[in-house]
Design a protein around this ligand. Structure first.
Ligand code: SF4
Length: 347
């Protein structure tokens, strides 16, 4: 009989596990501490639980069935890619970005992706399956365990790995709440960023969740004609609907929305497009991040040169739009969403 994984269980779920196994509910709190605070790898380490209970729990449950299957370091040590594998053979990448002020982890939410953006390797073979809450948490748990001996801590999370987070809505929202909970990893919701390609119903639903998570929207173009070529989902949720949902999110949460704009040479980097972008965004509380496009094998597009990026930035800035040029890291280890990954926490 396969054992159930407890990673991804909330405190109340673990209290129920304790009761189901003839223990007092407060044992659930102890189990939560062992899993989320001390990153125990098995029940034998949970020394404040009775020995018989530890043995009984180990027969029925495991902490996680996920494992690190590969590990690469790049960007002079600033980025580390982990390949996290699951019992059914599926695997996803999670990328750790290391900064002076703390570590940021880029999480995947699906195996593959259904959205087929032409510049993205994650979507090249379509969607394989959604990740469960446990599998999203497992990426953090395994990486944090490797940081524990160094005394380092993942202090920020970005949902920018493979998959579209809002297409796996329930598991993603549960994972955000668990990451944020005092009995879980206790990562502040303002230190979590969810990146979407523009799934409008998901943005509107997220706005009602009473969370302070930063919403990052992959924009990449200021008009529907161009954006539909770069981001195919734009044909379903065109810019009018997307910007309306973004404003709704900003109003409900009091948080500025981040717009990510990958600068592609000769495609979306002309100063006229910057002027169009400034008009598009003038009523939306937002911050624009310009990131040089990172060439991929499946596309002939190239990154913009420095001068074009600076001109584009200046047009936005002079129009009153908050804008930052970001540099992506982890390109040399081919992080799944290397297009968007950028230096977080520089604001
Ligand atoms: S960019 Fe994001 S939404 Fe588009 S295919 Fe890649 S993972 Fe999917």
């Amino acid at each position: 009989m396969s054992r159930e994984s407890l990673l991804g269980y909330r405190l109340e779920d673990l209290e129920q596990v304790a009761r189901d196994n003839g223990l007092s509910a407060f044992r659930g709190r102890q189990i939560a501490r062992w899993i989320y605070l001390r990153r125990a790898s098995d029940f034998g380490e949970m020394t404040d639980l009775p020995g018989a209970a530890r043995e009984e729990l180990a027969l029925r449950y495991t902490i996680t069935g996920a494992q690190v299957r590969g590990h690469w370091t790049g960007s002079g040590g600033a980025a580390e890619k982990y390949l996290v594998g699951f019992p059914d053979g599926a695997a996803v990448e999670t990328v750790l970005m290391r900064y002076r002020h703390g570590d940021t982890l880029c999480l995947s939410t699906q195996v593959g992706c259904a959205y087929g953006c032409p510049f993205c390797a994650s979507g090249a073979d379509g969607l394989v399956r959604d990740l469960s809450v446990e599998e999203i948490l497992a990426q953090w748990y395994l990486v944090q365990r490797s940081l524990d001996p160094l005394g380092d801590r993942v202090s920020r999370l970005v949902y920018m790995g493979s998959g579209e987070p809002l297409a796996n809505y329930d598991a993603v929202v549960r994972s955000l709440r668990l990451f944020n909970s005092a009995e879980g990893p206790a990562i502040g919701s303002r230190r979590m960023t969810l990146s979407t390609v523009g799934v409008v119903p998901g943005i509107r639903a997220l706005a009602e969740e009473s969370m302070q998570v930063t919403l990052a929207i992959s924009l990449h173009a200021p008009n529907d004609y161009l954006r539909s070529q770069i981001v195919p989902i734009n044909r379903r949720y065109p810019l009018g609907q997307l910007l309306s949902a973004a404003r709704h999110y900003a109003n409900r949460t009091g948080r500025r929305v981040s717009f990510e704009y990958a600068m592609i040479r000769g495609i979306n980097d002309h100063p006229d497009l910057a002027r169009e972008l400034a008009i598009l965004l003038e009523d939306t509380p937002c911050h624009v991040n310009l990131i040089r496009f990172n060439p991929v094998q499946s596309s002939s597009w190239e990154g913009s040169d420095d001068r074009s990026i600076e001109q584009f930035r200046d047009v936005l800035s002079l129009s009153g739009i908050a804008v930052t040029v970001r540099r992506s890291i982890g390109d040399d280890i081919e992080g799944a969403c290397g297009q968007l990954r950028r230096r977080f926490g520089e604001d």
